[in-house]
Design a protein around this ligand. Structure first.
Ligand SMILES: C[S@@+](CC[C@H](N)C(=O)[O-])C[C@H]1O[C@@H](n2cnc3c(N)ncnc32)[C@H](O)[C@@H]1O
Length: 226
């Protein structure tokens, strides 16, 4: 039932684009493999709203659209702090016949509380590289990797909001490296009632990359006394 999903066509990305926008790399492809690995689970959630933060070229959002396509088409939104990424993602989505709603904003700021408890599938391949703090917060290509202390400075601003963003039963996929202190991320999100599973782990040069899946537990209607 769940055949392999083809990698999106990236032929519309030019060499000039690659000077401004993150070129899909090992971390990106680990995330695609993760979404494909979890496709049965994702489809079973019947997601109606998907949000990717930091879409870069748009490859991950387009791929998630393809995972769901035949089963349950969803509305897919993505954000990026880098305006060049929005242009490239728009082009990549058109080349692949998919529709994305792309917003240039910091994390999810542009949405206010409109997305509270509404997102069924949240995805973030963040800037996770450990760098000096003063390298964090640009709006150009370096925003793709500069993560500051523990490579967590951008991710840390999002973590407190995850439970509020996700719908009940919603899934959050996050790319992380060992230096990001995965156990600590797990503790933070456990406190919000989310469970964590490490889906895939792969070494890429010096990086030990993992994809983490968090699930917001569905609240059950309490049994009423008879
Ligand atoms: C590692 S790249 C991932 C790009 C793409 N999702 C992929 O997997 O190939 C991280 C992306 O996050 C974006 N980004 C960094 N900080 C951000 C922020 N505060 N808000 C939104 N996007 C951000 C970067 O511009 C970059 O496109």
């Amino acid at each position: 039932m769940f055949g392999s999903v083809s990698t999106p066509d990236l032929s519309s990305i030019t060499d000039e684009d690659k000077n401004h926008v993150y070129d899909p790399s090992e971390d990106t492809f680990l995330l695609l493999d993760t979404l494909e690995h979890d496709s049965q689970l994702i489809v079973s959630k019947k997601p109606t709203l998907i949000l990717e933060i930091g879409c870069g070229s748009g490859i991950v959002s387009v791929f998630s659209a393809k995972v769901l396509d035949a089963h349950s088409p969803a509305f897919i939104m993505c954000t990026d702090i880098n305006k060049h990424a929005a242009n490239v993602a728009q082009r990549v989505s058109q080349t692949n016949g998919q529709s994305l709603e792309i917003v240039v904003t910091d994390l999810v700021m542009g949405f206010g509380d409109q997305i509270s408890n509404k997102v069924d599938l949240l995805i973030f391949n963040p800037p996770y590289v450990v760098t000096p703090s003063n390298e964090v917060g640009t709006k150009d290509l370096s925003a793709a990797w500069a993560g500051g202390v523990d490579g967590r400075e951008v991710t840390n601003r999002l973590l407190p909001k995850i439970s509020d963003i996700l719908a009940e039963g919603g899934l959050f996929y996050l790319v992380a490296i060992k230096e990001n202190k995965i156990e600590d991320i797990k503790q933070i999100l456990n406190k919000q009632g989310l469970t964590m599973t490490v889906v895939l782990t792969r070494r890429s040069g010096p990086e030990l990359l993992s994809t983490l899946r968090f699930e917001k537990i569905e609240s059950r209607v309490a049994d009423l006394p008879v």
